[in-house]
Design a binder for this molecule. Structure first.
Ligand SMILES: [Zn+2]
Ligand SMILES: [Zn+2]
Length: 357
């Protein structure tokens, strides 16, 4: 019997759509675990178990996921999936849509090597499905211990691992190496220079001392921006406008999921002038709880002549589709596609970062 649909792909698709919709992590996990549990099963056994109702005897498969599989094997789109697709609707206007369509990759993402929830391979496959040409993997740096920041030694191992994963990925797509490096109190970067030089893309962010006094924070950021290794200045104000999505952990938020956080205080004009002078891109962070920088600062960075990177800062595969939120804000502020570095191909991007250092 020819199978009309792939039930594993349907389960993974459901997980992706739930994640993208910012639903609770346990829901997403139910579908992803079921997909994993069933992926190893011979097709004949899958069909038999779906037929006699014994799929739920398998670890990781519940009533809802079993029903999806049965519907899928019968050649129907699972009802659960159909409802998700019917309500996913996009409200992007034409300009934001055009900007999103121009993006060819994502320059800020995390895996389970630091505080992300999924293996590098899963993140890469989701990026492929989104139509990206590249994904920059930017796990955290050593001092961010709450996020399992990578020591130099673990980062070296990750580089070897990425090379292996890349060899197995579809042609036309690659994982670029990178880091989200902490900008330390004195403005220096929290990783060895030789490693920073080796990476394809370096995102630098402030994760500590967010309440530093204005002149100190300005000096700290300007010094980091002037560092030739730094390519992109991440979530520049550090603000949190709403609660973090369920299940997403991050620096300093253990047990404080509902917390919001004010913007750091710094001289934005001085920081943007430094970004323009050193050709360091300003990140437009798409995370719903960050929305960083606020629109008034995006407009000022644009006037200052800065480049931008519209990134998701995804900690899970479904979050890779959050770029549309960043595009929406960029479009509202009039950011043209030719100022956005992830509209470039992987080659153009890496050429640019390597000219810089
Ligand atoms: Zn960060
Ligand atoms: Zn990040």
């Amino acid at each position: 019997m020819a199978r009309a649909r792939d039930p594993i792909a349907d389960l993974r698709r459901i997980a992706f759509l739930l994640e993208r919709a910012n639903e609770a992590t346990y829901r997403v996990r139910a579908f992803r675990s079921a997909a994993k549990a069933l992926a190893g099963l011979p097709a004949a056994e899958l069909t038999e178990r779906a037929g006699n109702g014994t799929l739920t005897e398998l670890a990781g498969v519940g009533d809802v996921t079993a029903r999806c599989v049965a519907e899928s094997l019968a050649g129907e789109e699972p009802v659960y999936l159909r409802r998700l697709v019917a309500t996913e609707g996009s409200d992007l206007d034409a300009e934001a849509t055009a900007l999103r369509a121009a993006l060819r990759g994502d320059c800020h993402t995390h895996s389970d090597w630091s505080d992300g929830g999924s293996p590098i391979e899963e993140m890469a496959l989701a990026a492929v499905e989104l139509g990206h040409e590249y994904l920059v993997l930017t796990d955290h740096s050593p001092r961010l211990t709450v996020a399992r920041g990578l020591t130099a030694e673990r980062l070296r191992r990750q580089l070897d691992h990425v090379a292996q994963v890349n060899a197995a990925l579809p042609e036309g797509f690659r994982i670029l190496t990178g880091i989200e490096v902490d900008i330390l109190a004195d403005g220096s970067l929290d990783q060895n220079d030789d490693l920073l030089a080796r990476l394809d893309v370096v995102v630098g962010s402030v994760h500590s001392g967010l309440k530093d006094e204005r002149s100190k924070m300005t000096r700290r950021m300007v010094k980091a921006v002037a560092n030739p290794h730094l390519d992109i200045l991440g979530h520049i104000t550090g603000r949190m406008v709403s609660s973090r999505p369920a299940g997403v952990t991050g620096p300093g938020d253990r047990g404080h999921r509902a917390r919001t956080r004010a913007e750091s205080d710094f001289d934005a004009d001085a920081v943007f002038a430094a970004c323009a002078e050193h050709d360091t891109a300003v990140e437009i962070n798409s995370r719903p709880e960050r929305q960083d920088p606020p629109k008034r600062l995006i407009r000022r960075a644009l006037e200052a002549g800065c480049r931008f990177a519209i990134n998701t800062d995804a900690h899970a595969p479904g979050q890779l589709d959050w770029q549309r939120f960043g595009c929406e804000r960029a479009a509202l502020c009039g950011v043209p596609a030719d100022r956005v570095i992830n509209t470039w191909s992987a080659e153009q991007l890496v050429t640019w970062t390597h000219i810089r250092a």
